[in-house]
Design a protein around this ligand. Structure first.
Ligand SMILES: [Zn+2]
Length: 391
């Protein structure tokens, strides 16, 4: 409806059109308000989002196979590094894929599956894949954080990422400045975020770029980290990451928060299928801890969307320890999204494929923000995540 046309129809009691009549203006404003409200109701995409905060959580190199079918029987043996086969079977082996995945990832297959969507079960016609052809970490983190693959990224070296990432961009948006942060556990991630340029406060357990804003974690976490014999040179245990992340959420209440876990990848490289499963099981609980912490804090309760994914897949069967350009199948990943604006469709089947590059725009879109409009190289958000909740 054209508001000018409406205004022109308004006449005073004497029948004269008076464009400055206060009653006319009040009436027009009221009608406009009603029309705008009805317009919002009739357009699902334009409905105001409930999401005010977004948490992006990744666990490095965790396969879609375990996400959807749980522990793999052919790998639960000494050849694949399992120290106590009987114990591992007792904890994670069940007769059905549904039983196994529930035992391994109980939060994902209860709270996330009933409140959100899980993509990537190739066995059921849901494909999630990376678009970079490297199939290792830096290219994957860069793809999901910046919204596009870059063929020039060909190593995991600490090279500052030239591309704008979604957290960096959110940090410039009204209401988000200074409310964006990252707690990670691989020493290269701050360079992938280019946290110095992006002005994103970070903690990785390792030194940051000299110009990067640093998060100070609690003295207890620092002490325990110092007192723990390092297992890997560039990675701290997920134990420290979740503790630092939970502390940060409660103290600083970030609105856009990135948490990265990584033990899953390290244990796989070490051919320890038992530790790989245990670390995935822990990550599932860590995500539950973050979710339940959010539900106890008014700023977050029913106003926070979680997006959970991985940087790359791994090989099939006994090739499970590997990934990289030559590893067939390592291009397939998975993703889970849950929050107040996500339709609760659970495990997705027979749906359009999604890509790793869509994560950046999806993170922004849950907040009603349009990342590809500002960064045109970024892929569009996953459409089904954003359609209006039907309950
Ligand atoms: Zn790896």
């Amino acid at each position: 409806m054209n508001p000018i046309a409406m205004h022109r129809e308004f006449r005073d009691p004497a029948g004269h059109r008076d464009p400055l009549c206060p009653r006319a203006i009040t009436l027009v404003l009221r009608v406009l308000l009603v029309v705008t409200f009805l317009g919002i109701l009739s357009q699902g995409e334009a409905a105001p989002r409930k999401t005010r905060n977004v948490f992006f959580i990744t666990t490095d190199g965790f396969r879609w196979q375990e996400v959807f079918t749980g522990a793999e029987e052919a790998l639960m043996n000494k050849t694949n590094g399992v120290a106590n086969v009987e114990e591992l079977r007792k904890q994670f082996w069940r007769d059905t894929p549904e039983g196994r995945r529930q035992a391994l990832l109980p939060f994902l297959w209860s709270v996330a599956a009933s409140n959100g969507q899980i993509y990537g079960n190739s066995n059921k016609g849901s494909v999630a894949r990376i678009t970079n052809d490297r199939k290792f970490s830096y290219p994957g983190y860069s793809e999901f954080l910046t919204g596009a693959a870059d063929t020039r990224i060909d190593s995991n070296k600490k090279i500052p990422n030239p591309h704008t990432n979604v957290f960096e961009w959110l940090n410039t948006r009204p209401g988000f400045k200074g409310r964006v942060a990252a707690i990670v556990n691989w020493d290269v991630i701050p360079w992938i975020l280019n946290s110095g340029r992006a002005r994103i406060p970070c903690w990785s357990g390792f030194p940051l770029q000299s110009n990067a804003p640093a998060i100070k974690v609690s003295p207890l976490v620092e002490q325990m980290l110092r007192d723990t014999t390092p297992l890997w040179g560039d990675m701290i245990l997920d134990t420290f990451t979740i503790r630092a992340a939970l502390d940060y959420v409660q103290a600083e209440k970030p609105r856009a928060f990135y948490v990265a876990f990584a033990e899953t990848d390290e244990w796989a490289h070490e051919n320890r299928y038992d530790s790989y499963l245990h670390s995935a099981h822990h990550v599932d609980r860590f995500i539950r801890d973050l979710w339940e912490t959010c539900q106890r804090i008014p700023q977050y309760r029913d106003k926070t969307t979680f997006i959970i994914t991985t940087d790359h897949g791994r090989g099939d069967g006994t090739n499970w320890t590997s990934h990289g350009e030559k590893t067939v199948g390592a291009e397939f990943i998975w993703a889970a999204i849950l929050g107040p604006d996500t339709q609760p469709l659970g495990e997705r089947t027979n749906c359009a494929p999604i890509t790793q590059s869509q994560m950046a725009a999806t993170i922004a879109a849950t907040l009603g923000e349009d990342f590809p409009a500002a960064v045109p190289r970024a892929a569009r958000p996953i459409p089904d995540v954003l359609s209006q909740v039907v309950k």
